[in-house]
Design a protein around this ligand. Structure first.
Ligand SMILES: *[C@@H]1O[C@H](CO)[C@@H](O)[C@H](O)[C@H]1NC(C)=O
Ligand SMILES: *[C@@H]1O[C@H](CO)[C@@H](O)[C@H](O)[C@H]1NC(C)=O
Ligand SMILES: *[C@@H]1O[C@H](CO)[C@@H](O)[C@H](O)[C@H]1NC(C)=O
Ligand SMILES: *[C@@H]1O[C@H](CO)[C@@H](O)[C@H](O)[C@H]1NC(C)=O
Ligand SMILES: *[C@@H]1O[C@H](CO)[C@@H](O)[C@H](O)[C@H]1NC(C)=O
Ligand SMILES: *[C@@H]1O[C@H](CO)[C@@H](O)[C@H](O)[C@H]1NC(C)=O
Ligand SMILES: *[C@@H]1O[C@H](CO)[C@@H](O)[C@H](O)[C@H]1NC(C)=O
Length: 646
């Protein structure tokens, strides 16, 4: 089986998915394909090659040469929407991969055109009609083969990690002189050349796709932190999405979806303790299936193994030290990395900090995440709504205080809990709005305050008895927008999430009291956070069965987080973060001492990406570009705009 190197299938697990906001949706790939149609076709031609490059007879050559380039450890080719990694049992993977190279630059994913192209961009006329992609960055796709088990000399199995890079300098035509690149910040960089440093990114999860992250966010990230000067590289961690093997334990996504309707119910929506038995049996069945399909793979997905992969990526980049922007669970990978390879720490930002030692405890993942969810709902979503007024927030009514809004919403939720609302949408037909699904909609929305006006409108219509928008939102999250032609047969690697979380805590003692203890935990978590307690509980509940199938995890990191690093790291914590609260950043800072600085980002949403602050961004930029950090241990930065005005 080949996995397509294209983000195509939606994350199909509505009740979960919490540490990252990356959602793989058909929409973007398809929208992108649509965009491509607007680009004029490049005349394909065979051009004469430097003698070092020997094409096989069947291979066309692009005006930018052939890919992969010789000696490129990542085997990069310009990304199209159609590549697949060679299967693990391919005896000549490199050749298989090279043969897939599509030489038509119109099929490649290029960066945005420069906003003010300089006139000399079009002057290389040679045999072509100019370099129509001059000044544009390019997305490159490739892979890296790494050991499955770093601690074994006898196990020769590998993982094949999908890697993507946004190269800011773009590509140079093979028959034109190598002239300086011409975007404003790029005067000194040659087209087609690697940047001085590469910002390695990791979007969290566990299980979020770095390929998709680069695909959708790299241009924004390089602008934000390096004024467009540094390349951005991401990868799908072992087990994730396009990497091989893929931690997909259901033969078809639709099978997972079917069961998730039953197992994703909130505590309030289900009969207790019956539901606990149902979910527990399914968790066991799922891990059983994972072992059937993937064998001992569950032993090799811990965060410690991922940190080793990251070190191999740094080496392959041929950079002395690591430059990185890691978010959410990615900060757990970063904490493990910097304490395992302290001499290789260059300029590393951790945004939306976990405290990775939590993950060593049974059910520790997600425990602290409950801290500020209700605060974000009350002060943020509702409080800012009341302040913004009905012009900006559909839920607001003249004279309504936050308290009034809260009361109205409680009534709405109680009525939906008592009886789900029937709904209908043209695209997806009949549907219902349940309490469980409404919680999911709200929790999702707290991740990104830019969503708040739409969510407020949805709730106000639901309150008025119109369930259409709520049903549309659900269908979108589910990922099957039937108006789009997108492949639904790609397997998604959702099971990777539990495998990582449970591998990291595999040696924590199981509680006495069995299921009863877990039932109590569920009650405790939902009472701490009525919005996210359910999903956080379901995130960890499967760990009850992990060691039955994978009793010995290859490696976990159990050291402290206070190693002396070659360079201090920059931590960012957002005051109303609904997944990674400030408490984590403070604990980490306390333990890391001189090896970290903390930005307290006063704002809403998960990480500092969505509710922007010039202050936070410029601290990040000085660090990534110049290596300079604020003098104080903690720096307060405030979001630039109010929610409902972003
Ligand atoms: C990046 O995305 C943020 C959030 O959507 C947006 O505010 C910002 O303008 C973007 N920045 C760049 C440089 O594109
Ligand atoms: C777990 O699932 C396997 C496979 O179906 C089954 O043999 C075993 O009895 C189950 N264990 C529990 C505790 O349910
Ligand atoms: C977040 O939660 C912590 C712990 O409950 C609390 O001390 C803090 O004030 C909360 N932050 C906000 C912004 O409400
Ligand atoms: C319900 O809401 C949808 C979406 O806003 C709207 O198109 C539709 O007209 C509404 N239906 C009624 C009966 O008001
Ligand atoms: C749930 O909370 C109660 C009261 O705080 C505590 O005694 C109990 O240990 C908790 N149970 C679990 C499983 O966390
Ligand atoms: C790290 O913390 C541990 C536990 O507090 C302490 O024993 C150790 O000396 C610390 N190491 C360094 C390098 O500060
Ligand atoms: C980096 O340092 C240079 C030279 O000191 C300075 O001009 C520039 O503004 C700095 N850039 C950032 C983003 O801090």
């Amino acid at each position: 089986m080949m996995e397509k190197l294209v983000p195509s299938h939606a994350s199909s697990h509505p009740p979960r998915r919490a540490w990252s906001s990356a959602r793989i949706a058909c929409t973007s790939a398809v929208a992108f394909a649509g965009l491509l149609l607007l680009v004029a076709r490049w005349p394909l031609q065979i051009v004469s090659l430097p003698s070092t490059i020997k094409p096989t007879a069947t291979q066309l050559v692009s005006p930018y040469g052939r890919f992969p380039l010789p000696n490129d450890p990542f085997q990069f080719v310009p990304c199209t929407t159609a590549y697949s990694l060679p299967p693990l049992d391919d005896s000549d993977a490199r050749r298989t991969w090279s043969a897939l190279f599509d030489p038509n630059p119109d099929h490649w994913r290029w960066g945005a055109a420069p906003s003010n192209p300089e006139p000399n961009l079009l002057r290389y006329d040679g045999d072509h009609d100019g370099d129509r992609y001059a000044g544009r960055g390019i997305h490159l796709c490739g892979y890296l083969d790494l050991p499955l088990d770093y601690l074994s000399n006898s196990d020769s199995r590998i993982v094949r990690l999908a890697v993507a890079k946004f190269q800011v300098s773009g590509l140079s035509l093979i028959d034109s002189p190598r002239l300086p690149h011409s975007t404003p910040h790029q005067q000194s960089i040659q087209a087609g050349a690697k940047s001085e440093r590469t910002i390695v990114v990791e979007p969290g999860g566990p299980g979020a796709s770095g390929i998709y992250h680069v695909w959708t966010a790299a241009e924004n990230i390089t602008e934000r932190f390096s004024q467009g000067q540094f390349d951005v590289l991401g990868w799908d961690p072992r087990g994730v999405e396009f990497s091989l093997p893929s931690a997909a334990c259901f033969p078809h996504n639709v099978d997972r979806d079917r069961w998730s309707l039953l197992t994703g119910l909130s505590r309030e929506d289900s009969k207790q303790p019956r539901q606990l038995d149902v979910v527990d049996a399914m968790n066991n069945a799922t891990f059983y299936a994972c072992q059937k399909r993937l064998g001992d793979f569950g032993r090799f997905v811990s965060t410690a193994s991922v940190a080793r992969d990251l070190e191999e990526i740094r080496k392959a980049l041929m950079e002395e030290d690591l430059t990185a922007y890691f978010i959410s669970y990615g900060t757990g990978i970063a904490q493990t990395y910097v304490n395992t390879f302290p001499d290789r720490v260059g300029r590393v930002i951790l945004d939306g900090c976990q405290y990775i030692k939590d993950q060593r405890q049974l059910a520790g993942f997600g425990m602290t995440s409950l801290d500020n969810v209700t605060d974000a709902w009350r002060d943020g979503f509702l409080g800012e709504c009341a302040k913004a007024g009905s012009e900006r927030c559909a839920l607001a009514r003249p004279l309504d205080t936050v308290g009034d809004l809260e009361t109205r919403m409680s009534k709405l939720f109680e009525s939906i809990l008592a009886r789900p609302a029937s709904a209908y949408t043209e695209a997806n037909g009949p549907s219902i709005i349940t309490y469980s699904s409404l919680l999911t909609t709200i929790y999702d929305s707290l991740y990104d305050p830019r969503d708040w006006p739409a969510t407020a409108l949805l709730l106000s219509e639901l309150e008025a008895g119109n369930s259409t928008l709520a049903a549309v939102a659900l269908a979108e999250r589910w990922g099957f927008d039937t108006s789009l032609l997108c492949s639904t047969d790609e397997l998604s690697s959702d099971e990777l999430f539990s495998l990582v979380v449970c591998a990291d805590s595999y040696d924590a003692p199981q509680p006495d009291g069995g299921l009863e203890w877990w039932g109590q935990l569920w009650a405790n978590m939902t009472s701490q956070s009525w919005i996210s307690g359910n999903s956080r509980f379901l995130d960890v509940f499967a760990c009850r069965h992990f060691t039955k199938y994978w009793p010995h995890v290859s490696e976990v990191y159990r050291g402290h987080l206070n190693h002396t690093l070659a360079n201090p790291v920059l931590l960012i914590s957002t005051t109303y973060d609904p997944a990674t609260p400030l408490r984590n950043g403070r604990r980490l800072l306390e333990e890391m001492g001189q090896n970290a600085k903390l930005v307290v980002h006063h704002g809403y949403g998960h990480t500092s990406r969505f509710h922007r602050s010039d202050c936070t961004d410029s601290i990040g930029r000085s660090f990534i570009l110049n290596g300079t950090l604020p003098a104080g241990r903690e720096t307060n930065c405030f979001a630039d705009k109010k929610p409902y005005q972003i």
